[in-house]
Design a protein around this ligand. Structure first.
Ligand SMILES: Cc1cc2nc3c(=O)[nH]c(=O)nc-3n(C[C@H](O)[C@H](O)[C@H](O)COP(=O)(O)OP(=O)(O)OC[C@H]3O[C@@H](n4cnc5c(N)ncnc54)[C@H](O)[C@@H]3O)c2cc1C
Length: 443
């Protein structure tokens, strides 16, 4: 008898092996395994799980949707609390606030749910990314470039603390926990069982333009991207993608813009590329829908491939960065690999709320290197290592969500925010019940 409403397995029990890795997105799985798994039915189960872990001398690891690339939820000598069943959604039309469980998925659950109420929240780009890990690390959602981090729009959270107590945290209640939960990500020392989100009226129009260029003009395209990005309307998500999309048998450079309510004129700057006449394919500004954007993300990044991922917030001159970027865009190691260069310049002039998220990406580079079999692993790993080595001199830190500190540590918070996080952690989790980051950020 465990006393849990949900399911519980100790290592060796029938079903333990599957429960330990349930819902992990990356097909490349680490050898780490927990001591036990609790598939919690509700917040009371989570609280009881944290107390059991203390009694057994285990750490507590957490899984909401399993999308951490490096499978952070798998830790040794830990009770893994799987929150997959905490996927409720409720919308209050009086306040505009949506209460959601941490396992609610971005595009499969929350976006269509809010659309039915005429509302929007800046969920993750991929439809199956879950709100738990996504929000805790900041959340680079749709329209993040002009609209801000998703976690800026969290009004409050319910958290089971390291002592097994269920508390509410917000700007006015347990504000230290609330500060830490907005950016510490996998270094958080509690379990969020519900988020309350400030939704906004849904966009009236969604307009997209894409231009596909051959890699032999990658230098010209990326140099232009650097030059034009600050002139692109803040309603637009603006990025360059290196990938081998359907219909192409080798990598291409894609310039992509999606405007929320800006209409075609917001995308006019994308027509100014000096090698526009070299585009292999272009789709001028035209209406699109969130469902189409999610479907494309899903097709482009399927679950189960063997992913290696890293990223960097870039600073410096285009003339220095572009040669390193061109190599990454033109020389992808597998047909499934992709890289993005995403502009966040409008973020630089915004004031951030007082929260752990404290670095601002001006220009974001991320590589998603995927193979289909273990035989691809060495090639993917060494390609990614060499790309990141070339870009590291221009690093101003990185985004926790696309990082793996066991391979390449980088800075995730400002120095002041990092020190404050350590002080709150020492007070809130003095026994170190929550294991912290896998690998050590470079702070
Ligand atoms: C295909 C794909 C696309 C992605 N796209 C985006 C994107 O558009 N924008 C973006 O910002 N990120 C993106 N990411 C990164 C993703 O947001 C992070 O990996 C995030 O951690 C995933 O959340 P999760 O709950 O699904 O993951 P999990 O692996 O379940 O959680 C990761 C870790 O976060 C912590 N955690 C999660 N939930 C809780 C909780 N309720 N309480 C306490 N701690 C918790 C735990 O330490 C946990 O181990 C993407 C990832 C993938 C695989």
């Amino acid at each position: 008898m465990t006393g849990f409403t949900g399911a519980f397995w100790r290592s060796g029990d029938v079903g333990f092996s599957d429960a330990a890795v349930a819902n992990i997105f990356n097909g490349r799985r680490p050898a780490r395994r927990p001591a036990a798994v609790l598939r919690a039915a509700d917040a009371a189960d989570v609280a009881a799980g944290v107390k059991l872990a203390a009694a057994e001398g285990w750490k507590v690891s957490v899984r909401s949707g399993g999308h951490s690339w490096a499978a952070w939820s798998l830790r040794e000598n830990a009770l893994l609390i799987d929150l997959a069943a905490l996927n409720g959604m409720h919308y209050d039309a009086g306040t505009g606030i949506a209460a959601v469980g941490p396992a609610v998925r971005s595009g499969l659950d929350l976006d269509p749910f809010l659309a039915a109420h005429g509302r929007f929240f800046a969920v993750g780009h991929h439809p199956t990314v879950s709100m738990g890990g996504f929000l805790l690390q900041g959340g680079m959602g749709w329209n993040c470039r002009g609209g801000g981090w998703a976690v800026e729009f969290v009004e409050s959270m319910d958290v089971v603390t390291a002592s097994g107590e269920l508390v509410r945290c917000s700007e006015t209640e347990n504000s230290d926990l609330f500060w830490a939960a907005r950016g510490s990500g996998s270094g958080f020392f509690g379990v969020v069982t519900e988020f309350r989100l400030r939704t906004r009226p849904r966009h009236r129009s969604l307009t997209r333009a894409t231009y596909v260029y051959p890699v032999d003009v990658a230098t010209e395209v990326l140099t232009w991207f650097h030059a034009v990005r600050r002139d692109v309307d803040s309603s637009v998500g603006f990025l360059a993608v290196g990938a081998t999309p359907p219909g192409f048998d080798s990598p291409v450079v894609i310039i992509d813009g999606v405007s929320f309510d800006g209409g075609p004129s917001a995308l006019a700057a994308l027509e100014t590329c000096p090698v526009a006449d070299r585009a292999l394919k272009s789709t001028a500004a035209q209406p699109t829908a969130m469902s189409a954007l999610f479907a494309e993300q899903s097709d482009g990044s399927p679950a189960g491939l063997r992913y290696f991922v890293d990223n960097v917030y870039l600073v410096g001159e285009a003339s220095e960065q572009v040669p390193a970027l061109v190599a990454a865009f033109t020389d992808l190691p597998t047909p499934e690999a992709s890289v993005i260069l995403s502009d966040f310049s409008p973020q630089m002039s915004r004031d951030l709320p007082d929260m752990a998220v404290s670095l601002r990406p001006d220009l974001y580079f991320a590589a998603y290197v995927a193979g289909r079999s273990p035989a691809d692993d060495d090639r993917c790993r060494s390609w990614l290592d060499s790309v990141m080595n070339r870009l590291s001199p221009y690093s101003d830190g990185c985004y926790l969500g696309d990082s793996d500190f066991t391979v390449r540590p980088d800075r995730i918070l400002s120095d002041v925010a990092w020190s404050r996080l350590q002080r709150i952690r020492a007070a809130r989790d003095p026994e170190g019940r929550f294991p912290g980051y896998l690998g050590t950020p470079l702070q």
